[in-house]
Design a protein around this ligand. Structure first.
Ligand code: COA
Ligand code: ZN
Length: 306
């Protein structure tokens, strides 16, 4: 079976926007459960301003503990600038992701820089990360629509992708930050971007705001993409992008991919344990589109073995 690669972003995209504070111990436990479910790659946290995102203020404590507990796990962290990179490197991070939005206003709202400066800072951060021997990813955010400027020009997305590749990004993550894309648009846009980014270095990051996250992932699969971000339980959303709902749920993506003949290495019952844990922590029901059916399958399996 052909393999797809999933990065679970629940610990970062998922937890950055929660009202309930989550302890470092609980974050660690969530990531342990994800790894136990077979998740091989996570985005663990972000080294951003604690004033901007208080939920990620413990990044410097979390990363060394995570590496000690789960040395085999591929762990990326988001950094918005050189200061973030410096903090991440000091904490022992081995992989970073920069975040460049393809529009002027989204950059200003998210990282307080215009497009030109954000591009420059992201490029410098990537170059410095490479010099330090770190693996690198570059998010190209609002790659379909911007919550402030409307539809994002394809040429703007292509230019951001090209610049991030040139600056040394190992992987380009095309992000539908507000979850507004539909599968036909995904097919078209990824087809066009494949001329700019080698397909094996292209990843996609969908949000499920309009219920099309899994359909969009399928369109990306058909376009040849094999790298996906997703979030266990479907938690997520950028606090600076109004209207963004959670990420496409990892359990939905795994179910869709496995049933369609792709291997993920991830166990659905294992994911359910991680989701149950996150649900206890956040004190609200979590889960993607298939969660009720998945839980019913688990209950049936448990009943038949007891
Ligand atoms: N980590 C921690 N602190 C940081 C930092 C980082 N990566 N970058 C800057 N700071 C600190 C500065 O040291 C300074 O601290 P001081 O007030 O104690 O002197 C303060 O933040 C302001 O620095 P400045 O460079 O002027 O930043 P800013 O106020 O223009 O904010 C960002 C820019 C990028 C730091 C901020 O907008 C941010 O963290 N955004 C993250 C957004 C995010 O996580 N979005 C969701 C994921 S896409
Ligand atoms: Zn996101």
């Amino acid at each position: 079976m052909e393999r797809i690669h999933i990065t679970d972003v629940a610990p970062r995209d998922g937890l950055q926007n929660q009202q309930v504070p989550v302890s470092t111990d609980a974050k660690l436990q969530l990531i342990r459960l994800l790894a136990a479910a077979g998740v091989q790659s996570v985005e663990a946290t972000s080294f951003v301003s604690p004033k901007a995102v208080p939920q990620m203020a413990d990044a410097g404590d979390l990363v060394p503990r995570l590496h000690a507990a789960l040395p085999q796990l591929r762990t990326s962290v988001l950094v918005p600038n050189l200061k973030g990179l410096e903090r991440a490197h000091a904490a022992g991070a081995q992989e970073i992701a920069v975040v460049l939005s393809a529009t002027e206003t989204m950059n200003r709202k998210n990282i307080n820089m215009g497009l030109e400066q954000a591009t420059e800072v992201s490029a410098q951060t990537l170059a410095e990360a490479r010099r330090l021997g770190l693996r690198t990813r570059a998010y190209v955010a609002v790659a379909f629509d911007c919550p402030f400027e409307g539809p994002t020009a394809l040429t703007a997305v292509q230019a951001s992708c090209a610049r991030m590749l040139e600056a040394g990004a190992g992987e380009i993550v095309v992000a539908d930050t507000i979850g507004s894309a539909a599968p036909g648009q995904v097919r078209q846009r990824l087809g066009a971007l494949a001329g700019t980014v080698p397909i094996e270095r292209l990843a996609v990051h969908f949000h499920d705001t309009r219920g099309m996250g899994v359909a969009n992932a399928w369109a990306a699969l058909q376009a040849g993409v094999r790298r996906f971000d997703a979030s266990a339980g479907g938690i997520g959303g950028c606090p600076f992008a109004p209207g963004a709902a959670g990420n496409v749920a990892t359990e939905d993506l795994v179910l869709m991919a496995e049933q369609s003949g792709f291997a993920t290495g991830i166990s659905l019952p294992g994911l359910l344990e991680a989701i149950d844990f996150a649900q206890d922590q956040l004190q609200r029901p979590l889960g993607g589109r298939a969660i009720t059916w998945l839980r019913r399958q688990r209950d049936k399996a448990l009943a038949s073995t007891s």
